[in-house]
Ligand binder design. Structure first.
Ligand code: MF3
Ligand code: CO
Length: 274
């Protein structure tokens, strides 16, 4: 008998520490962008901020050149869901913009996205963003060895379905991550629990619900990147990279490693110590 080749990249703890360095570059950069994204600022200005941070930290971008992608972040405004290319568009009061960023340190990737409300908060958009974020965290909390992959999907979906009438994208998913940005397995944001591979220590996953105020149907614009909702409704995207450790999930792209969320939800995690 030949041993089946491992399907998923399994990291050592030392490799998780390298991914943590990439994760913190991403966390710092998104934090800075969330402060600087105000009315009048263009999405290209935000890309420039991310480029500055990459230089400061001596990190390289995950996105630039990926299938020819021309920027280091994605800036998806309003009905744009994901993968919108930064441009001269100035953000205006009432916009919401999802900023997605990936960085490489020492060959290891970190990938995260946040949704930012520009100026005046609009209640339906605020709720959309907080539901999407809560769904991401619920998924992160299931990134525990022994669980099945679809336990993550189910936890994400459950939060969204019980919060209102939202659209959950089906054509785009979360993914494994490590020495490449996109690796097996892909992680749908919906589905019954208890299916798919068993999660094991050493896996790293990017969990990223993409949610709309209307339809789940989307299409890509003629720039071949920007994904927009078919019905023009607003969308939100939140993403974290999480490591599955012996002691529970460790959110590599969160400054606190996820400590606050795990504490509030009674989930054991090494985040407090690391
Ligand atoms: N971060 C995105 C994801 O989560 C990927 C961006 S695609 C790129 O899958 F082309 F912009 F790199
Ligand atoms: Co991703």
């Amino acid at each position: 008998m030949f041993r089946r080749k491992e399907k998923y990249e399994i990291k050592t703890f030392d490799e998780f520490l390298k991914m943590r360095r990439a994760g913190l570059v991403v966390a710092d950069t998104l934090q800075r962008i969330s402060v600087e994204a105000i009315p009048g600022v263009t999405t290209k200005d935000l890309d420039r901020i991310a480029r500055e941070e990459l230089i400061k930290f001596n990190a390289t971008p995950s996105f630039l050149g990926y299938y020819g992608y021309p920027a280091v972040i994605c800036t998806s405004v309003n009905d744009e869901v994901v993968h919108a290319i930064p441009n001269e568009r100035a953000l205006v009061d009432g916009d919401i913009v999802s900023v997605d960023f990936g960085a490489i340190v020492d060959g290891w990737h970190g990938d995260s996205a946040i949704t930012i409300e520009i100026g005046t908060k609009i209640p339906a958009q605020s709720k959309l963003s907080s539901v999407t974020k809560a769904a991401m965290w619920a998924g992160v909390g299931k990134a525990v060895a022994g669980n099945h992959l679809s336990d993550i999907s189910n936890a994400v979906e459950k939060i969204i379905r019980t919060s209102g009438d939202y659209g959950i994208l089906e054509e785009y998913t979360g993914h494994g991550i490590g020495t490449k940005m996109h690796m097996e397995p892909s992680i749908p944001n919906f589905g019954a629990p208890g299916n798919g591979p068993k999660l094991v220590v050493g896996m790293a996953l990017a969990i990223e619900p993409m949610v709309t105020l209307g339809t789940k149907e989307v299409h890509t614009l003629s720039d071949n990147w920007t994904v927009v909702t078919d019905d023009g409704t607003t969308a939100s995207h939140w993403e974290h990279t999480v490591a599955i450790t012996e002691d529970g999930p460790w959110v590599l792209t969160a400054h606190d490693g996820g400590a606050q969320y795990f504490k509030e939800n009674g989930i054991s995690s090494p985040a407090e110590r690391l």
